[in-house]
Design a protein around this ligand. Structure first.
Ligand code: GLA
Length: 700
């Protein structure tokens, strides 16, 4: 890394992977973020410095105040400050100024210091050349002798193109994750806070912003995501000045972050990507980033998960039978879910006692490990390491190991309490239990669950330790992975309540939702895929009658839903008819045939009529593609509509084949990519609750 151009002209132009950042960088001056967005050919910071000049506005400050990295109170910038700190009521008005800037081809570090408060702030910016995604974070250090109470620190205050007032956010609930919501920002603030102690169901720390007429493939847009699995705040402020300013950071609890001299606090990373061709490129850039930087693409074995087949009613004979059936239909990994340990015969007892239940499994689980090996299946095992039932040996031995706030009653939630991972003895115990079982049973995969919110994260000394708890969680997973080379870890939290880039830096897959109703799951997958690629999204075929919604669907529909994702199944296979098992087996074979494409290709949301939802995955060379169309309601017209494909090469001819459901399997011949995208393919007359899958292959 070298010192930058800033030394010479006080300006920084930083471009990589199609992203451009322009800043002022005059030593001893405040750093202004002049431009952050899609790269603009030949534009440089000098252009934006002059273009951003504004005259004095009546009623406003003599010299209009520009957006800086943290918009600290001392700057007077009219948005909520990005930094809130004080020393028992003093040193609250800061204004950090540049000390030094260092830049390499893909990263930039800005060291700033606030002389009035004696705080330093170091901002790092990395642009991933493969995706153009910008990752930035800030580290605050207390340089004074007296403690600094830090209340809020945004990773960065980002100026947003003021025409991007259309917000797409993702909110949900258990079994109804990632519901996509649209809001138009008026003057004022859009704020999303999460205080659930995990990423949470209710408000995902990620947003898309677009213009009023931004579509999938036209218009300006930006996506932001905070990579953090604890409490978060995301805000967008539409200011009286006409500017839009956005912040994201960790929501700190009172007194949680008190820095002694020399101590630092690092914000979670904020991820940003911009597009001038609509929302679609945002999704594809984020997918490239996740695949390239967080969860490298690896073959994703088809899962069988035991949860909905047996719940807590385990027996060796049942598991052997289910494993046989799973192998027959094409599963490649068998995940034994909750209920195998301690006194865990229901969800009120045993959680935390990570020893195989000797009543149910008197000879241990080795028999299953060996049986799975003989069937060619990997063994995956469920853990919920961060939790304990009060009715457990662990809690009886160590009642002080749980998080608790003094003088406040514990909140009941699924009969379990969160363990205090900031204690070394707790992590040591969990590490030993998980690693020894994993080695002993030849476990290749852990489903790491976390099934309750944490409202009162008080540590041993009574202080809030939510931040440390999340870092300890990340550290524990890393330690376990290092001790068991090749171990793959899934992040689950009552379904999809922990699916952020923070946890995905340490895990490999997320469980999207406990709701495997094939109709509901389509919307959940579509919402989640705004940030995560299909290869990391667990997508399972459920039982005929969905256990969550009680709706019934035939096997073609259930299986057609799960083909687009990291496919698995989660039902009692002994209750499925031979005919349905044959259909399931065909669906799994189809998934395997197209798995590499589905797990590596570019994702496209199709524009369709309201009763249909469509997505497609197109290979990077655009010679191979698969599309999935969910027909959810009856066609309102006599003839169904035509479907316009997306992402194809307009100059290429494609051979197109309908490959699901099997009854509709047929070839349509070859067509120009341009015609398939602009004119579209006539859909067949089908019932609602049909997944249609098409395969397109370049003809020449
Ligand atoms: C959570 C998970 C489920 C299952 C149960 C087990 O709800 O989301 O998939 O593992 O816990 O208790």
């Amino acid at each position: 890394m070298s010192k930058t151009q800033a030394d010479r002209d006080g300006l920084i132009t930083f471009r990589a992977g199609g992203t451009l950042l322009c800043l002022t960088a005059q030593v001893s001056e405040r750093v202004q973020l002049l431009y952050a967005g899609p790269d603009l050919p030949s534009a440089s910071a000098a252009d934006f410095e002059r273009l951003s000049t504004r005259e004095h506005a009546p009623g406003g400050p003599q010299n209009p105040i520009a957006n800086s990295l943290l918009n600290a109170i001392g700057t007077g910038y009219p948005s909520p400050p990005g930094l809130l700190a004080h020393r028992t009521g003093q040193d609250w008005v800061g204004d950090p100024c540049l000390v030094e800037a260092k830049q390499s081809e893909t990263s930039l570090t800005l060291m700033t210091h606030d002389a009035a408060c004696n705080i330093s702030a170091e901002h790092t910016f990395d642009i991933d050349p493969g995706s153009g995604v910008l990752r930035c974070a800030c580290r605050i250090t207390n340089q004074a002798d007296s403690p600094l109470a830090l209340e809020w620190c945004a990773a960065l205050c980002v100026p947003i193109n003021p025409s991007l007032t259309n917000i797409t956010s993702f909110a949900g609930k258990w079994a109804g994750e990632f519901q996509t919501e649209q809001t138009t920002l008026v003057r004022g603030s859009f704020v999303q806070e999460n205080r659930s102690g995990r990423t949470g169901h209710a408000s995902y720390p990620g947003l898309y912003l677009g213009e009023s007429n931004t579509t999938e493939n036209s218009g300006q847009a930006v996506a932001r995501h905070l990579g953090w699995s604890g409490n978060t705040r995301l805000r967008v402020d539409h200011l009286a000045t006409g500017e839009l300013s956005a912040q994201a950071g960790e929501l700190l609890l009172p007194g949680e972050m008190t820095l002694q001299r020399g101590e630092s606090y690092a914000t979670p990373p904020l991820y940003l990507t911009w597009s001038d061709q609509g929302y679609g490129p945002l999704t594809r850039s984020l997918h490239r980033y996740v695949r390239g930087q967080l969860c490298p693409v690896a073959p994703r074995p088809v899962h069988y998960n035991s949860w909905e087949a047996v719940y807590f009613d385990h027996s060796p004979a049942r598991l052997m039978e289910l494993a046989n059936r799973a192998a027959e239909v094409g599963a490649e990994r068998f995940v034994l879910d909750d209920g195998w340990f301690g006194a865990r015969r229901n969800d009120t007892a045993g959680l935390g006692d990570w020893t195989v239940c000797d009543n149910v499994y008197p000879d241990g689980l080795e028999f299953l490990s060996e049986h799975l090996q003989s069937l060619g299946l990997e063994f995956g095992l469920w853990f919920e390491p961060e939790m304990v039932n009060p009715d457990s040996d662990l809690y009886r031995a160590h009642p002080d190991w749980v998080l608790q706030a003094p003088g406040v009653e514990q909140i009941a939630s699924r009969h379990q309490l969160p363990l205090d991972l900031t204690r070394d003895d707790v992590c040591e115990h969990l590490f030993e239990r998980i690693v020894s079982l994993t080695k002993q049973l030849n476990i290749a995969y852990i489903k790491w669950d976390m099934n309750r919110d944490i409202q009162h994260p008080g540590g041993e000394a009574g202080h809030a330790v939510m931040h440390q708890q999340i870092l300890a969680l990340y550290g524990l997973i890393e330690r376990i992975k290092a001790a068991v080379p090749g171990l793959v870890v899934e992040s689950c939290a009552s379904g999809g309540a922990r699916a952020d880039y923070g946890i995905l830096t340490h895990t490999d897959r997320v469980w999207t939702s406990d709701n495997n109703d094939a109709r509901a799951h389509h919307a959940i997958m579509r919402g989640t895929a705004h940030f995560l690629p299909l290869d990391v999204l667990g997508n399972h075929v459920g039982p005929q009658k969905c256990h969550i919604t009680r709706r019934q669907f035939d096997m073609e529909f259930r299986a057609g839903a799960a083909i687009f994702g990291h496919m698995g199944m989660e039902m009692d296979l002994t209750q499925e008819s031979a005919q349905d098992r044959a259909i399931l087996s065909d669906a799994i074979a189809l998934h395997k045939r197209h798995r590499t494409l589905i797990h590596t290709g570019d994702y496209h949301r199709l524009s369709t009529h309201k009763h249909i939802c469509g997505i497609g995955v197109v290979a990077s060379d655009r010679r191979d593609a698969v599309f999935q169309l969910a027909v959810l309601d009856p066609h309102p017209t006599m003839h169904p509509p035509r479907i316009n494909f997306a992402g194809l090469d307009p100059d290429q001819r494609y051979e197109i084949q309908s490959i699901w459901p099997q009854a509709l399997d047929k070839s349509f011949g070859t067509f120009a990519g341009s015609a398939l995208m602009q004119y579209g393919l006539q859909l067949p007359i089908t019932n609602p609750d049909t997944y249609l899958i098409y395969h397109l292959k370049a003809a020449t």
